[in-house]
Design a protein around this ligand. Structure first.
Ligand SMILES: Nc1ncnc2c1ncn2[C@@H]1O[C@H](COP(=O)(O)OP(=O)(O)OP(=O)(O)O)[C@@H](O)[C@H]1O
Ligand SMILES: [Zn+2]
Length: 574
């Protein structure tokens, strides 16, 4: 027995140490926090640890993800973390998966097999998914997150405490479309334009909706009309990505014609510096790669055009295999495109130019990760998990690390679940049904006949049916890929809380369930902590957007689905 474990026995007693040794733990994420957590868990003597991470090791991870070194670059994080951590304590059984935790194979049944779950994730979508699976399976979750010097470990005991989604996360700040598209006044506006508008329209997946604030007013109606026309032209250009003339056409359109069109709106430039259409110097894509590697200095116009031309060639050649490409600050081809295009736009509008390195920081919206904060938060998470295993429920605390003169740590007793929460405040059941079971059968035979609903809406990750939408009624569970997934049933009479049904394949059968009435709003409020006393959770993603906190993917009636992967442009520069 190690000295750590002897210390734990003195502190928590023999029983707790035994529970630590026999418990089965899931750790999601093997990045900055995950590396720290697995070390803590292994050293503390947790017996069985399952580790999931979808990513491979990048050079930029090495400064803080201390389990990884140069020879591990490009290898799967989960597998390398398992091998290295095992050396600290060969008695621990570590099972590693290089996989997305949101994959259907990590089913409710699989989650149910764990005693504890730790989140060490960098995005809200995955955290919300794990939160939902833990609440559905009644599994305690310790959600760790850091953003620079700030950190947090939220303790989530389903049914007893708040969950990740019990508090609303403030919507990320977004830029007005006119600032980005017509009147940029800061380098960041050019960067957002290059990344979220130009790059996404040329190479990205089709956006469901505009990522900018497009609220129409009397003042901007004409402008918005022009911008839509411009956008359609860009869509046409995308059709010709492989034509040898593409780069010329692109440069001509976005840096000359579109700028002239903007200039024709005289009123816009009365009190602003008017943009100057680009005078295109000689350039060659051949120099692109060499220039792109010079990431600490500002490129000239000709150099930016060379990098742009070269990155377009690289991206276009990838499109054969990839169909569409998303911006990623660690993907050099996408970063080169954004760095070059944004600087060209900045020079047109007379804004400051930036090195590729600086663009990476802004476009990736990075708050530098601090290894010490990750280590502290991980330690706090494991302490709370040990308290839980020792049966010290009353002593459980969610802990925050602040950067203030008088207090670095604050801790709070986790608040009670919010009855209005779309994860904690719903009823849940499971059902089995065969592949050819239709949505109509689900509504008529199960929901109406067995559970007594009169009017319902059904959602999964999208709307499947409601009283006015019947396109899917004859579609089967198999066609809609609904096995091993949750569907949400909303009572359109507004009486009962939402019902989440987890569907697996088998003969038709539904587990009986009591569906409570919707809580009265005022009663619900009085049971909760005063939000002013509460500290909103921090994401572990080191972007200002996630530190400012994500939106919600919940399936409330009338609420639109927010694809969190598309919110990367929300940049808060505080
Ligand atoms: N859906 C998911 N399934 C599994 N692992 C995930 C999922 N989403 C994120 N992760 C993992 O969570 C980890 C978060 O770690 P961290 O915040 O240190 O990010 P990073 O990508 O290593 O670093 P950075 O973003 O700063 O470059 C990453 O290793 C990432 O691969
Ligand atoms: Zn909740």
């Amino acid at each position: 027995m190690s000295s750590t474990q002897r210390g734990l026995r003195t502190l928590l007693g023999e029983n707790a140490v035994k529970r630590i040794r026999t418990s089965k733990v899931l750790l999601v994420g093997a990045g900055g926090i995950g590396c720290e957590l697995i070390k803590e868990l292994v050293v503390a003597g947790f017996g069985e640890i399952h580790l999931v991470d979808l990513d491979t090791i990048d050079l930029s991870n090495l400064n803080r993800q201390f389990l990884f070194s140069q020879q591990h670059i490009k290898k799967p994080k989960a597998l390398v973390a398992r091998d290295v951590a095992k050396e600290f304590n060969p008695n621990v059984n570590i099972v590693a998966y290089q996989d997305n935790i949101m994959d259907a194979k990590f089913s409710v049944k699989w989650f149910e097999s764990f005693d504890l779950v730790f989140n060490a994730l960098d995005n809200a979508q995955a955290r919300q998914h794990v939160n939902k699976m833990c609440v559905a399976t009644n599994t305690p979750l310790f959600d760790c997150g850091t953003a620079g010097f700030l950190g947090q470990c939220q303790v989530i005991i389903p049914g007893k405490t708040e969950c990740y989604d019990c508090r609303e996360h403030p919507a990320p700040k977004s830029f007005a479309v006119c600032t980005i598209r017509s009147t940029p006044s800061l380098p960041i506006h050019s960067i957002v334009w290059a990344k979220s508008f130009l790059f996404s329209l040329l190479f990205g997946p089709p956006a469901a909706e505009s990522q900018f604030d497009e609220t129409e007013t009397d003042d901007n109606r004409e402008e918005l009309e022009k911008l839509r026309k411009e956008q359609n032209e860009l869509g046409d250009l995308r059709e010709n990505l492989t034509s040898p003339d593409f780069m010329n056409k692109l440069v001509h359109k976005i840096f000359m014609e579109d700028i002239k069109r903007l200039l024709s709106m005289d009123a816009m430039w009365e009190n602003r510096r008017a943009p100057v259409p680009l005078e295109v110097p000689e350039y060659s894509s051949k120099d692109g790669q060499t220039l792109a590697s010079q990431d600490q200095r500002v490129w000239t116009t000709a150099e930016s055009l060379s990098v742009l031309a070269d990155s377009v060639e690289r991206l276009v050649s990838r499109l054969e295999a990839e169909k569409e490409i998303s911006f990623d600050k660690d993907d050099e081809d996408t970063l080169d495109f954004v760095a070059a295009a944004s600087n060209l736009r900045s020079s047109i509008f007379g804004l400051g130019l930036k090195s590729k390195f600086a663009v990476k920081e802004i476009a990736g919206n990075i708050i530098p990760a601090i290894a010490t904060t990750n280590a502290i938060v991980s330690g706090l998470g494991v302490i709370e998990a040990m308290k839980y295993l020792a049966g010290l429920d009353a002593d459980l605390r969610s802990v925050n690390i602040w950067r203030s003169a008088d207090r670095v740590f604050t801790s709070e007793k986790p608040a009670a679940p919010n009855p209005e929460c779309l994860v904690s405040g719903v009823a849940r059941t499971t059902m089995t049904a065969p592949a050819d079971f239709t949505i109509n059968q689900l509504i008529e035979d199960i929901l109406k006949l067995k559970l007594g609903y009169s009017e319902v809406s059904i959602l999964s990750d999208r709307l499947l049916a409601d009283p006015d939408y019947d396109d899917n009624l004859e579609k089967t569970l198999q066609e809609l890929s609904l096995h091993d997934k949750f569907v949400t049933v909303i009572d359109d009479d507004d009486e009962r809380v939402n019902l989440e049904i987890y569907i697996t394949e088998g003969p038709v059968n539904i587990e009986q369930v009591e569906i409570p009435l919707r809580p009265n709003q005022s009663e619900a409020d009085s049971e909760l902590l005063d939000p002013a006393d509460s500290i909103p959770p921090i994401s572990s993603k080191r972007t200002a957007q996630d530190a400012g906190l994500p939106g919600t993917t919940s399936s409330a009636p009338g609420q639109t689905f927010v694809d969190l992967t598309e919110q990367d442009d929300a940049i808060d520069l505080t």
